[in-house]
Design a protein around this ligand. Structure first.
Ligand code: ADP
Ligand code: MG
Length: 331
């Protein structure tokens, strides 16, 4: 009898020990990798990841790139852009992105427009051509911009002939969301960095929150203006310093005003949005740069989102409560 009691006590102790070891089995073992997708350096850091997870992430990135790139023949976007008015069957991923794009386009009064594609095609911010589109080219292409003329069917997208889409301002956010979903519950923590889109999942090995630096638009690459702490949220930054060239003293950057077809010349140099939906934050960050500080704060208020804006003069503006909520440091 006594032996049995001792055995039960031993088993209980063991069960308790195992119980404690459950989620805290986290040893903080770090796995990381760097890839190049969507024209961006993608940096993935995982803590206590199961074997093969990093490879799963790269496979997902490749799959999304093949679906969403406008330059890959046969991608959903390429097929939509070649359709000349015909409906095109697209994946659920593409439809989810276009639904969000439409919503943010409407909320921002067209400042965010995925149908900007014929206009972005007139510019070259990466190839070094440094060329301005002519007034004729802009007059020809601007009437082709207007997201409300895009029709989303049950599994199709239809654009009027001549119109095209460019998901450069939203797709990385969608992919960050999907990768966050892929790792959630399988790691003790993760930092997923898709260029300007950062998603943090879980926590650091010491149990503290991940800290994300917000780029100083006036500083060099890698210099941060402030730092925020985030728990399982995405921090997305759009800025006029990412891809640009200067001509006759004017900076032409890759975020275009859909009204003029020329780089947005609002008072904002950077916009950072924090949201559980990296896709929403991505589209909204781009829209904020076009709208300027006043319109951006209004948009964030309407959408119930948190954001931090940095003006061209270096002034930091935030939505209410931002500093306390994210333990904002260094502004
Ligand atoms: P990044 O891609 O550098 O993170 P953004 O998310 O702000 O920056 O997206 C900029 C990209 O979005 C451009 O390269 C272009 O493909 C596209 N784009 C440019 N202007 C607009 C706009 N007004 N609305 C929607 N997409 C845009
Ligand atoms: Mg964006």
């Amino acid at each position: 009898m006594r032996k049995r009691k001792t055995l039960i006590a031993l088993l209980l102790c063991l069960a308790l020990l195992c119980g404690c070891a459950g989620p805290a089995a986290a040893k903080g073992e770090r796995t990381s990798g760097v890839g190049f997708y969507f024209d961006t350096v993608v940096t993935i850091t995982l803590y206590d990841a199961p074997e093969g997870l990093l490879e799963e992430i790269w496979a997902a990135c490749a799959r999304y790139e093949n679906l969403l790139s406008k330059t890959i023949a046969g991608s959903d976007v390429d097929r939509v852009n070649q359709a000349q008015g015909e409906p095109v069957q697209v994946s659920a991923d593409t439809r989810a992105i276009l639904r969000m794009a439409l919503a943010i386009s409407e909320a921002s009064g067209g400042a965010f427009s995925v149908t900007i594609a014929p206009v972005t095609a007139l510019w070259d911010f990466t190839g070094g051509t440094q060329r301005m589109p002519t007034a004729e080219e802009l007059a020809e292409t601007l009437p082709l911009v207007g997201d409300s003329r895009m029709t989303l069917g049950e599994d199709t997208v239809t654009l009027p002939a001549g119109m095209q889409i460019d998901l450069g301002g939203i797709a990385k956010g969608y992919i960050a969301d999907r990768v966050a979903e892929l790792v959630r519950g399988r790691v003790s923590g993760a930092v997923l960095n898709f260029g300007g889109n950062v998603y943090t999942v879980g926590e650091k090995p010491d149990g503290s929150a991940f800290r994300v630096g917000i780029r100083d638009p006036q500083g060099d690459e890698g210099s941060y203006r402030c730092v925020v702490e985030v728990h399982d949220d995405s921090v997305v930054t759009s800025g006029i310093y990412e891809r640009f060239f200067e001509l006759d003293g004017v900076r032409y950057h890759h975020i275009l005003d859909p009204v003029t077809g020329i780089s947005a010349d609002s008072d904002l140099a950077g916009a950072t949005i924090i949201s559980h939906s990296s896709m929403e934050a991505d589209a909204v960050a781009t829209a904020c740069i076009v709208k300027g500080s006043e319109g951006a704060l209004e948009l964030l208020d309407t959408l119930g989102l948190d954001g931090l804006l940095i003006t061209r003069d270096g002034v930091v503006l935030t939505t209410e409560g931002f500093a306390e909520k994210y333990n904002l440091q260094g502004n």
